[in-house]
Design a protein. Structure first.
Ligand SMILES: [Ca+2]
Ligand SMILES: [Ca+2]
Lengths: 166, 450, 450
């Protein structure tokens, strides 16, 4: 179940809609939409652009991200990893796709004010983050992953949930 | 392109110096490929106690019958009430605190329960590396070998084994993946899952990797009985994993472990239902596995490995708990002890009630009461004994499922006292029956963390 | 997420359109400066039920004596056993599910416990905004006013108050900081802290900001009694906050709330010990405050404010729980209900035992047993009644401290059944006294999260 986390139960339909993995075509569609979308919102909000930089400060252009920024500063990773190290997948392509998707939906959510007070990571981004740990730690954990087959990998977040921010 | 897939690059940092086949039960051989694991595995000889767990190394004079020079605490001396509740059963002659895996075979061979009572080969299922033995006995057919071993006498069967639980009992030698090697657990899970609506569950095929981190332990750390003349090792899970379900099952198949010496009651003895109780707790619900706490990862040089020094997590709080709980070691320890202290209190209350009931039935018999007069109180004796014993035999002192353990003790206390009242002609007929303590059987072990 | 960090954020300057003095008890006036808070505060009129909590809006025909057109569930009808355990006491005439703060004054004025029984002004301490009233009565001296109000009749005293608990009862109008305005709580905390070795504790001086987030609630959500002819509101905390400590205190001062109609026992009725039970739980230990769950932060425009719509957190799981617990709302809800279901079961078992005991003593009296014959069973009736009532009256259905609540029920069950046995001449004299359930009094509320 780790590799397939259940929906982090928030009842906002629009969010539910994002909770399934993205098939390639749908992905493209969204990327397109996303770019437009981001463009659009960037117009009103500088923040949209924040998604394209790696500066944590930029994430916190949205005050709703401030909590994580504060927590991140204090965390063991505050000095070693930025938001995007953990919240975007390896590889430039995937990275910007993800940024676009998040940028689009988060900007949308932010403007329409449609999101829970206690923000919960989506299953998709949860998986992105799980895989991002390996960008830096794969050597260390090769051993414990050795008994695992694809799709049943060790979930780092189970035990290290708060490494990035409380 | 699936951007989530983790790269499957060289995931094998372990340097294989020997070829491991499915017939190597000697851990030393496996140790050649996995020296770090073998070293920690061997550390299970260590004896260190915690407030309620671990074990204490007590010296003794080796004798011809029992060559052990070191044993763990004698629980019967520490709490004589146990000899009363088990009167007439082998457990009343010898029962010690359990210790590390390294001792499982020698402790079994030398307990008076084996030395002075005839026991079947079945006992070995959980006290030795029996995988290769069973395969040989069954000429390749594990289950056939399992059935053969069960039907042998203990003395004959034990000659066939050499090691305590070994690498091969938990691991596939080729992939090192976890696997279930005990037919009793395969069958137990099948009937249990069926009770939750999942048909022909094959644990080695259908269980997730995280579940396997508990299932390998569930092969032994469970309540069991020997079914029929074939002495087949069987887990009472047909109706579910709760104590109520086990009792209902035993009642249905009319099973009793022994007849209580003082009361003549058809009594049941429960043994180490760690797996079942754990499944009633918030950790199982959260997807936390036995291995997470009892075999936490430890860093060895540039590598993280699972600590094979299986032991009390309270001897290893930093690794066992602090990954998930951000409180001091002292605070985590005292949280556990707060739970255990409460449990110990209610356990004592319940045990005193059962002891009182036994004394009452005993004197009632002496006073010549008829079987009919005793029926009601004996029925409550059987029930309260099993409920009490179930959580008492569970080895975490209530920690694995604090709420469920106390609920069971409250029920045991009520039943024992009502047993005493029944002898005095009082049968309770409440206007409102207690609401059920739990939802219908459900499988918590497979819940995710989210 | 770290609650302490969140607090920082909510430090926001609010527009002061009116000057708030220490004499303004009308929340509407405060609402001018804090419209968002006032709006959520007013929402406590909402009635919505959860499986075991919240409240249901039931229509009724307003009468001249009781003008309410909507009330909450009648618990006496839902569970008639309550009228038996409280026989002879006002609670047996009228006891409803509690609802939101907005109703506290009207529900008190119109309960048959007030309409049909003579009650003192003391009742108002927790059912109205009494801060300014007490100050006036004492010409500036809060405690003097408190004493005056206690000694008035309820009918006279209630004329002096107008609002349910209001801003001024929890806040300093200048700084908006939390403050304790109830002398009974100041005194209660002083004696309690003294029992833990801390001398002359002044809650408004010595409590941390985080503790205040629970203490303001602890002014009312606690067990209490009216001491002496002065009817002084008193909390039985001299020996500690546990049920055992409260009972020991009442025994020492020889207090009884009423004489049980059926048994003639000097009985005690417990009321809403939320604060005391919460202090036995893992949340208090972790530094989680009442307000964290019942008044979680919520986003209003750019601000994060404390939700003043005080209610069941199960109606607000995302804000109340998911800041700390990373599980779905459905999962959090079912975790709570699992705890509550177990509690409900053991509560029923214990209540049936107490009901049986009452019936037994009643018939023993009818059969002409002497006071001396009844002494032992009456003593156990007093104890088991209080233990049962204590956790039953606690309003979280066991959630605030699941382990402690079940431990108390197990003890209650044992004592009630032993009471029945005592009537039949059996007195238990165990070879081993139960180990103490808890460490010596300790102050959990002041534990940090680390
Ligand atoms: Ca042990
Ligand atoms: Ca309510």
């Amino acid at each position: 179940m780790y590799n397939q986390p259940v929906a982090p139960g928030n009842d906002i339909g629009m969010i539910q809609a994002r909770q399934n993995g993205f098939a390639a075509p749908l992905l493209l569609a969204i990327v397109a939409g996303a770019t437009v979308g981001v463009g659009l919102y960037t117009f009103g909000y500088a923040q949209g652009a924040s998604y394209m930089t790696d500066n944590p400060q930029a994430c916190a252009n949205c005050h709703v991200m401030r909590e994580q920024l504060e927590g991140w500063r204090k965390s063991s990773h505050g000095k070693v990893a930025v938001c995007n190290d953990c919240h975007t997948p390896p590889g430039l392509g995937p990275k910007y796709v993800t940024k676009a998707i998040n940028g689009f939906f988060h900007s949308l959510a932010f403007t329409t004010n449609h999101f829970p007070d206690q923000i919960r990571i989506t299953p998709r981004n949860f998986r992105v983050t799980e895989s991002s740990c390996l960008k830096c730690h794969s050597d260390l954990v090769d051993g414990i992953r050795g008994t695992r087959t694809d799709g049943s990998d060790v979930s780092c977040i189970t035990c290290h949930r708060s490494v990035g921010h409380m | 392109v699936n951007i989530f897939e983790r790269k499957q690059e060289s995931r094998n940092p372990f340097f294989r110096v020997v070829e491991l086949t499915d017939d190597v039960d000697d851990p030393a051989v496996w140790g050649k490929n996995f020296p770090l694991h073998y070293d920690s595995y061997k550390r299970t000889v260590d004896q260190e106690r915690t407030r309620y767990g671990g074990s204490e190394a007590l010296r003794r004079l080796p004798t011809k019958v029992d060559p052990r020079s070191v044993v763990a605490q004698n629980k019967l001396e520490d709490d004589p009430r146990l000899t009363t509740i088990w009167a007439g059963y082998a457990f009343a002659t010898d029962f010690r605190e359990e210790r590390g895996h390294a001792y499982m075979l020698v402790d079994q061979r030398n307990t008076r329960r084996v030395l002075e009572f005839k026991q079947p080969g079945t006992c070995l299922n959980c006290h030795a590396s029996t995988y290769t033995t069973m395969k040989e006995l069954g000429n390749g057919d594990l289950t056939a070998g399992f059935e053969k071993m069960n039907q042998m006498s203990y003395s004959d069967a034990t000659k066939l084994v050499e090691h305590p639980v070994s690498c091969i009992d938990c691991h596939d030698p080729k992939t090192m993946q976890l696997r279930i090697t005990r037919p009793a657990f395969m069958e137990g899970m099948r009937v249990f899952k069926a009770s939750t609506g999942i048909q022909d569950f094959d644990v080695n095929r259908d269980a997730s990797a995280q579940e396997m981190r508990s299932y390998v332990c569930g092969q032994c750390h469970v309540e069991y009985y020997f079914k029929g003349p074939e002495k087949r090792l069987t887990f009472p899970w047909q109706k579910g994993l709760k104590v109520d379900d086990a009792l209902a099952y035993y009642d249905e198949v009319k099973h009793a472990d022994w007849v209580h010496a003082d009361t003549g009651t058809q009594t049941l003895k429960a043994q180490h239902p760690e797996f079942e109780m754990y499944n009633q707790g918030v950790h199982a619900r959260s997807g936390v596995a036995c291995a997470d706490c009892h075999m936490p990862y430890k860093r060895e040089g540039g590598l993280k490995i699972s600590d094979h020094h299986v032991r009390s997590p309270l001897l290893n709080i930093n690794r066992a708990c602090q990954g998930c709980h951000h409180f001091s070691e002292q605070e985590m320890k005292s949280r556990v002890e707060t739970i255990q202290r409460r449990f110990a209190h209610s356990r004592d209350v319940a045990m005193n009630a059962v002891v009182d009931l036994i004394a009452d039935i005993k004197s009632a018999r002496a006073a010549g009461k008829t079987e009919k007069d005793l029926a009601a109180s004996r029925d409550l004796h059987r029930k309260s004994q099993f409920f009490l014993d179930y959580v008492e035999a569970e080895n975490s002192m209530g920690f694995h499922a604090p709420g469920e353990a106390l609920r069971v003790l409250a029920d045991a206390t009520d039943m024992a006292r009502r047993g005493q009242l029944a002898l005095r002609g009082f049968i309770s007929s409440p206007t409102k029956q207690p609401a059920p303590a739990n939802e219908r059987v459900q499988d918590l072990s497979s819940k995710g963390t989210r």
